[in-house]
Design a protein around this ligand. Structure first.
Ligand SMILES: [Zn+2]
Length: 757
């Protein structure tokens, strides 16, 4: 270094003003043009690099002289630059390039050493800055390259979480949401085969093999530098072989996920410390300091990219990965945009049946050479496209928690959220389950939380996004001591400490029970909505389900905003519900522990009416399949209590008798499926008309043909009947258990032949 650090110059002398500011600007540009590497632009410190720029004059051309002259010139120039800099308010320190290179090289060695010992001294970006500056200087002055050059040293020892630079950047993919973008992608590569695969919602990982041995597994990191996670991956990740039958260097990239089944099993085993979602769980696992502490958190690797040097693998990506022994994400070859769009739609439909989270589909050139030849843009490869689905999980702010009284008196916490678009709809309310879940997930009002909504599932709050980002303004969620509706003290039940209001005349419960009676699964009084049920209950007109059947048009017309038309509609709808029958009436009465399935099984067991069930006694009830003593006791207790209500319903013309559709099927003579346990999957349609048939209807037809219907494939299943768009999981299971798989067409033919349909 030639000069003392001018950054110490008095501040007022550095203030940019008028001509001086202009000059300062020019100077900065000039300095940069001359190969100066600015360290902190505008923030005072710059490094001026001085190299012997021009050859010495002829008469001085002797080796010794030229060197000396160059040094003198450099020193002089540095002096001039330094004075100008000071005058213009640009602080600088001038350094000789050779010295600077050696300094940086020493720094790289020291920093790497610190990383490898597990105590990094600087952030990744800063380390990269040092490497970049060194690389730039060596490129400009190759003759000054240090020996040994730390940038050329590879194969450093594996140290958990040490930063490792990727051999080529791990780029993100160009995003698409519209089918036109898929068409445009195919237009870009006419005649090329494209694979479409699920876009897993996990963490990208690069796995490097050297001469057939697993050398290193590195996370994506910032795309340039990732974390060395080799020991964790070796111990915890499925799908990464220790050895490959391939020479040289092989790099396989893919996605690490925690399978949904692993995630669910872990949370069932650790209810006090649940994982927030599979992705966070996988990320947390790869951040662990010791594999032993996260042994139950198994991960799975699914490959999607391959580079070999020398190139010995086949050119088809899917085939090459499989030959090497990797599990690839389910890749489907498509020759056109239309076919690809179909596969994309199918992946989206199946997304909830799969054992991993996914957030879209990836299109990629199937041929590895074509993919490589397509090259990259600044931050994404040209040969691939990510088609994004609507997110099933988003973050939002939990603005409040309201304790809601349910139809059975259960007081459940409901999260009020800042509106968030998730799972294809705007969500403002979500369930928080119970106070134990709130406690285990450590949720507070004001937290930024993760909200999940998949398929038809009620949105729920999965957990707090990052508890470290709390401001201190968050408040504890306090469960109520008394019922929010009737102010009676609450009781706690079960391990999850669910709260109950046991007051049978609790107004909130009354309304909930009435709404439940009118719901689709029960009496299905669709013309009288929840708001009106609440008003009618407030007015004292509705208290029990039987009160619906006392209503008339005149009574309804007394209310503002109920006109002739809606009054008639309401009464017609109530009338139509009089045929509700045993099964749906039992569902409508919302008896604790008695599920929809309980109601169906009672019908099949031969009970003719709700009164028969009420009179049956425990012994007769527990004789019914899947009804235990607890359910039987609850049925007896509540039906005894409801006896007067059953009488009122009967008096007002409501049928509580079993309906034909709920009776056990009469097995037809020569039943083709007699004695067979059958699982039905996929979309079912009648081959004669092509019309869609609801699965329960088809299942009932199978039962008429003698089958026993099961919901999932197991060793005791005889047949898996497949409709359209069948999920892979059921097929895999069927294969595992050796279950015969039959297309729906064949079964339809048997049903037609046996006169079942
Ligand atoms: Zn209450």
């Amino acid at each position: 270094m030639f000069f003392p650090d001018p950054a110490q110059a008095p501040a007022e002398r550095l203030a940019p003003q008028g001509f001086r500011a202009l000059f300062r600007h020019w100077l900065l540009i000039a300095i940069r043009r001359r190969g100066v590497v600015p360290l902190e632009l505008e923030n005072v410190r710059h490094t001026v690099i001085l190299t012997p720029a021009r050859p010495p004059r002829p008469h001085l051309r002797s080796r010794r002289n030229s060197r000396r002259v160059a040094a003198v010139r450099a020193e002089r120039r540095a002096g001039v630059v330094s004075v100008l800099c000071r005058w213009a308010g640009v602080a600088c320190c001038a350094v000789d390039a050779g010295e600077r290179i050696q300094e940086l090289a020493d720094q790289v060695v020291a920093l790497r050493d610190a990383y490898y010992r597990g105590s990094p001294k600087v952030a990744d970006a800063e380390y990269d800055g040092v490497e970049d500056e060194l690389r730039g200087l060596i490129e400009a002055n190759p003759e000054l390259a240090p020996d040994p050059n730390p940038l050329e040293q590879v194969g450093s020892p594996v140290v958990l979480h040490a930063p490792v630079r990727h051999s080529r950047p791990m780029l993100s993919l160009e995003k698409a949401t519209k089918s036109e973008q898929v068409v445009a992608f195919f237009d870009r590569f006419p005649g090329q085969s494209v694979v479409v695969m699920p876009k897993l919602d996990g963490l990208s990982l690069a796995v490097v093999y050297e001469d057939g041995r697993l050398a290193r597994a590195v996370t994506r990191g910032d795309g340039t530098t990732g974390d060395d996670v080799t020991p964790l991956v070796r111990a915890l990740t499925g799908g990464i072989p220790e050895r490959l039958d391939a020479p040289g260097r092989v790099e396989v990239r893919g996605e690490v996920v925690m399978l949904r089944s692993t995630f669910a099993a872990y949370n069932a085993a650790h209810p006090d410390k649940p994982l927030i979602n599979p992705r966070n769980a996988a990320a947390g696992t790869l951040r662990a300091k010791d594999p032993a502490t996260v042994a139950e958190r198994r991960l799975q690797f699914l490959a999607f990219d391959l580079h070999t040097d020398p190139d010995s693998a086949e050119s088809d990506l899917d085939g090459a990965l499989r030959t090497l022994g990797f599990t690839a994400a389910d890749m489907r070859h498509c020759d056109g945009a239309e076919a690809a769009q179909e596969v994309i739609s199918e992946i989206e439909r199946r997304r909830n049946d799969l054992d991993y989270d996914l957030d879209g589909a990836v299109l990629r050139l199937a041929d590895r050479d074509a993919y490589a030849a397509a090259g990259t843009r600044s931050s994404s490869p040209r040969g691939a496209l990510a088609f994004k689905f609507a997110a099933e999980e988003k973050t939002t702010v939990l603005s409040d928690v309201v304790w809601d009284v349910g139809k059975t008196g259960k007081i459940a916490p409901v999260a009020w959220l800042e509106p968030v678009f998730v799972g294809g709809t705007t969500v403002t309310r979500a369930t928080l389950a119970n106070q134990e879940v709130i406690r285990a997930r450590g949720i507070r009002i004001g937290d930024t939380v993760l909200v999940r909504r998949a398929g038809d599932v009620i949105p729920f709050v999965a957990g707090v996004l990052d508890a470290a980002k709390r401001t201190g303004a968050e408040t504890e969620i306090v469960p109520p001591a008394t019922c929010p509706s009737c102010a009676q003290p609450l009781t706690e039940q079960g391990n999850s400490r669910e709260l109950f209001c046991t007051n049978v005349s609790c107004p909130a419960q009354t309304v909930r029970r009435l709404i439940h009676w009118a719901s689709r699964a029960a009496a299905d009084i669709d013309a009288v909505g929840g708001v009106w049920i609440e008003r009618l209950a407030e007015a004292g007109i509705l208290e029990h389900p039987s009160d619906f059947y006392r209503l008339d048009r005149e009574r309804l017309l007394e209310f503002d905003r109920i006109g002739e038309v809606s009054a008639t509609r309401m009464i017609d709808s109530i009338d139509a519900s009089r045929g509700v029958g045993l099964r749906r009436a039992l569902i409508g009465l919302a008896i604790p522990m008695a599920s929809d399935g309980t109601a169906a099984r009672l019908c099949r067991a031969g009970f003719g009416s709700l009164e028969e069930v009420a009179d049956a006694g425990e012994e007769a009830l527990v004789a019914v399949e899947d009804i235990g003593p607890k359910v039987a006791a609850s049925l007896i207790e509540h039906l005894t209590r409801l006896r007067p209500e059953l009488e009122r319903l009967r008096e007002r013309g409501v049928s509580l008798d079993v309906r034909e559709e709920d009776l056990p099927p009469v097995v037809a003579a020569g039943a083709p499926l007699a004695g067979k346990t059958v699982v039905v999957t996929g979309a079912i349609s009648d081959p004669r008309s092509g019309e869609k048939v609801p699965r329960p209807t088809f299942q009932r037809l199978c039962e008429k043909a003698g089958a026993t219907i099961a919901s999932s494939v197991s060793a005791s299943t005889d047949l898996l009947v497949t409709g359209a768009d069948v999920g892979a999981s059921k097929l895999t299971k069927a294969e595992k258990h050796g279950v015969e798989v039959v297309d729906q067409g064949e079964i339809w033919q048997q049903l037609i032949d046996a006169n079942v349909v």
